[in-house]
Ligand binder design. Structure first.
Ligand code: ADP
Ligand code: MG
Length: 417
């Protein structure tokens, strides 16, 4: 359909309260309106949701948004409803009668955005329902879930393209992700049959994030001191294990810091409640495993701390990306010790050979990142295939230069272990 850029801007202002599009948002929206497929690669916090929310509002019919997590859907639906847009979701958290109500509302034409979990999409009854509905286009959020090379692989994502085609093969598709390693990108385009899609890729430089690596010596003291000196600010602390999450949440609690745990072992109701408390600012700190965060839109997270080393630079980049989504400064501190790398390497011991080799390479990248005296941002962007000519001036290595620690020996150790 034809909609002028001026009209789009009016909708942007009226519904979302924003006066300018960010980056390529407008071109991406126009591409969907014109009935073309799009592949959007933008870092976390860049504003990908708007690229399907706005066209959903202006196009007749209901846009389908495929989204991997219940929490993520709820977050976005709540937001859209607050903006006065009729959005609904279909997932396993609904009772049968709630599902029927949602479907009837969609069929009556009142719903602008319908969020669906990929496993719900697979059900025959839902397929029949979608075939009857008036669908404007399909958005596939967190599209990297389709790739085994990504960090959140969901097997159900592999079936998406076939399902969309059985609903209506002419529907425009927009796939979105913050994962931009060339391997994952290729995998997504191939599996979704999106080789023809227009690719919109923006820089992965998060200029407002400060990257820092610290030694793990006296980590608990360092942690408490940091949080206390940033009291009133929201932050996330990522730990490797559920047990550690519980321990650190307790530790902070007894030190008078308002913190709650989040991990997949918690009762879903408690997990949801803890997340809500964090989003509503009843607590300041979320202590979590990486189960927490994908797609969560809390704009004012001021720090992300890694208590343990992450499995890959990709994961590290995604997790730190949850800081500073409002464009104000965010601090990313990684507490590093080589022992963590060895521990992570041990977790892989039962994997297939090729998988194990891959995991080792990712760990080796992590070791280099933690030890090199080179601008951290340069290293991170390099990992995503971007080249930065100048040092950033906003990371620990730029502000407090230290000689590069020759990490070769450690890297070799990981690779040969
Ligand atoms: P992501 O790319 O990670 O999915 P989101 O879609 O969650 O990012 O958007 C991140 C934040 O940016 C949100 O708070 C959103 O409201 C805000 N945002 C998106 N587009 C604009 C815009 N054009 N102007 C101002 N803020 C925007
Ligand atoms: Mg998003």
């Amino acid at each position: 359909i034809q909609i002028s850029n001026d009209t789009l801007k009016e909708h942007l202002k009226k519904t979302f309260g924003f006066s300018q599009f960010r980056g390529e948002q407008e071109a991406i929206i126009q591409n969907t309106l014109q009935g073309n497929n799009s592949f959007v690669l933008m870092p976390t916090g860049a504003g990908k949701s708007l690229c399907y929310q706005l066209p959903a509002i202006v196009m007749p019919g209901t846009a389908i948004v495929i989204s991997p997590l219940i929490a993520l859907m709820k977050n976005q639906v709540d937001q859209m409803i607050a903006f006065g847009v009729n959005a609904q979701f279909l997932n396993s958290s609904l009772t049968r009668s709630e599902m029927n109500r949602v479907k009837n509302e969609v069929l009556s034409g009142d719903v602008k955005l319908l969020y669906i979990a990929p496993e719900s999409l697979n059900k025959q009854e839902n397929l029949n329902f979608l075939q009857q509905a008036n669908i404007s286009f399909v958005a596939i959020d967190e599209a990297h879930c389709i790739s085994e090379w990504g960090h959140d692989f969901r097997p159900e994502y592999r079936k998406i393209r076939a399902i969309i085609e059985s609903v209506d093969e002419k529907l425009p598709i927009i796939a979105l992700t913050a994962t931009a390693t060339p391997k994952v990108q290729l995998d997504i385009q191939k599996t979704l049959n999106l080789e023809d899609a227009k690719v919109f890729k923006s820089s992965f430089n998060r200029k407002n994030l400060y990257y820092e690596i610290r030694s793990k010596k006296d980590i608990d003291k360092q942690l408490i001191r940091y949080i206390k000196s940033h009291s009133g600010k929201a932050g996330i602390i990522y730990c490797l294990s559920r047990k550690r999450v519980e321990e650190i949440a307790d530790l902070l609690h007894v030190n008078g810091i308002k913190a709650l745990p989040y991990h997949a072992g918690l009762d879903p109701a408690i997990r949801m409640a803890n997340q809500e408390s964090f989003l509503n600012e009843e607590v300041e700190v979320m202590v979590a495993t990486i189960a927490f965060g994908m797609g969560i839109d809390k704009p004012d997270v001021r720090f992300v701390i890694h208590y343990d080393a992450p499995k890959s630079l990709e994961g590290y980049y995604q997790e730190t990306g949850r800081a500073g989504r409002d464009s104000l400064d965010g601090t990313c501190i990684l507490f590093y010790t080589y022992d963590d790398i060895l521990k992570l390497d041990k977790f892989n011991k039962d994997k297939a050979v090729s998988e194990k080799e891959n995991a080792k390479l990712l760990l080796a990248e992590m070791v280099y990142y933690a030890n090199l005296g080179v601008c951290r941002r340069k290293q991170l962007l390099n990992y995503f295939g971007e080249y930065m000519a100048e040092n950033c001036g906003f990371c620990d290595n730029c502000l407090h230069p230290t000689p590069t620690f020759k990490a070769e020996r450690e890297v070799v150790l990981v690779l040969q272990a």
